[in-house]
Design a protein around this ligand. Structure first.
Ligand code: GTP
Ligand code: MG
Length: 289
């Protein structure tokens, strides 16, 4: 179950430099975050970029989050004077964002927008909706977009950028990001370790009933490995002799969770930020590549 604690390949360092150089040319920066954990999935870049340009928040994967909690997040950002929207990008309805862009567009040229965020949150999917065609590649694994590229569509000139993580974030944060598909479980600790962390979190947060209802696997707060074994058996992740293949079980469990097959549930709530269960970070980051 051993592994690295951080995933920060070279294209992330390069993308950071490129975005910082580009910032002066932009009108608006759109920071894409996952609606299921909007603070955990915040971009490490935007604090720096926000000094220079307005940063608007777009929460994606609204369809995978608890709708009541997403509404609370939108109120939370509104109260802090942040522009924020939540979308299910698969439903392709981003009208309010488009209208806000149109209001900001200079009369003499296109509006220049950069879409930024951590890996796999839906940056390229949003870009494609903004430019009105399948311009950028969209994929279910983190690290699909590797470079910074401009795309033109209608009244907008939009920059797609690679998902960029905080190289200083420690093991606990990277593992929680892997639950959402934003970091690579196989690189940072192994599918089984990362899945056990998620099982533990869901049990402690009183969210395991989603899994129990779906797959009939009961909670066992004292033995997360036994719970993963139950999940593996239920999903048919077996090796010869009828034993559970824990790596495969962990992988299947994480895939099911990150793609919403277990249900629409939120990992972070604004009212719990004072005691943030997801940000207890014990480990030190370690650069890779
Ligand atoms: N259910 C759901 N899936 C979404 C939504 N937005 C994006 N996705 C999916 O999330 C995955 C990642 O989307 P991308 O647009 O490639 O994400 P990205 O942020 O560009 O990822 P990188 O380029 O790897 O950093 C794809 O499988 C998308 O179909 C959404 O609102 N709802
Ligand atoms: Mg992309």
């Amino acid at each position: 179950m051993a592994g690295r604690t951080a995933w920060f390949p070279g294209h992330m360092a390069k993308g950071t430099r490129q975005l910082e150089e580009l910032a002066g040319k932009l009108d608006v920066i759109v920071e894409v975050r996952d609606a299921r954990a909007p603070e955990l999935t915040a971009s490490p870049l935007t604090r720096k970029l926000a000094v220079r340009k307005p940063v608007w928040i777009v929460l994606t994967k609204k369809d995978l989050a608890d709708p009541a909690v997403t509404s609370q997040w939108l109120s939370y950002y509104k109260n802090r004077k942040r522009e924020a929207w939540a979308f299910d990008l698969l439903a392709r309805q981003i009208g309010p964002l488009r209208q806000a862009f149109t209001r900001c567009k200079p009369s003499y040229r296109e509006l220049r927008v950069a879409v930024v965020g951590i890996p796999n949150v839906g940056k390229s999917a949003l870009l494609n909706l903004l430019v009105g065609k399948k311009a950028a590649v969209v994929g279910g694994i983190p690290g699909v977009t590797r470079g910074v590229s401009w795309y033109k569509g209608g009244d907008f000139l939009v920059v797609d950028s690679p998902g960029i993580l905080d190289p200083r974030s420690g093991a606990a944060i990277q593992r929680a990001l892997a639950w959402l598909g934003c970091s690579k479980a196989d690189v940072i600790g192994g599918y089984d370790t990362v899945a056990c962390g998620l099982i533990d979190f869901l049990q402690k947060q009183g969210l395991w009933h989603y899994v129990e209802e779906k797959w009939g696997v009961p909670a066992d707060p004292g033995d997360v490995v036994a719970v993963l074994e139950g999940v593996g058996r239920r999903l048919g992740c077996l090796v010869s002799g009828g034993n559970v293949d824990f790596t495969l079980a962990g992988r299947r469990f994480l895939e099911s969770f990150s793609t919403g097959k277990i249900g629409s549930l939120s990992l972070e709530r604004p009212d719990a930020l004072a005691a943030p269960a997801l940000n207890e970070d014990g480990g030190e980051g370690e650069d890779e590549e």
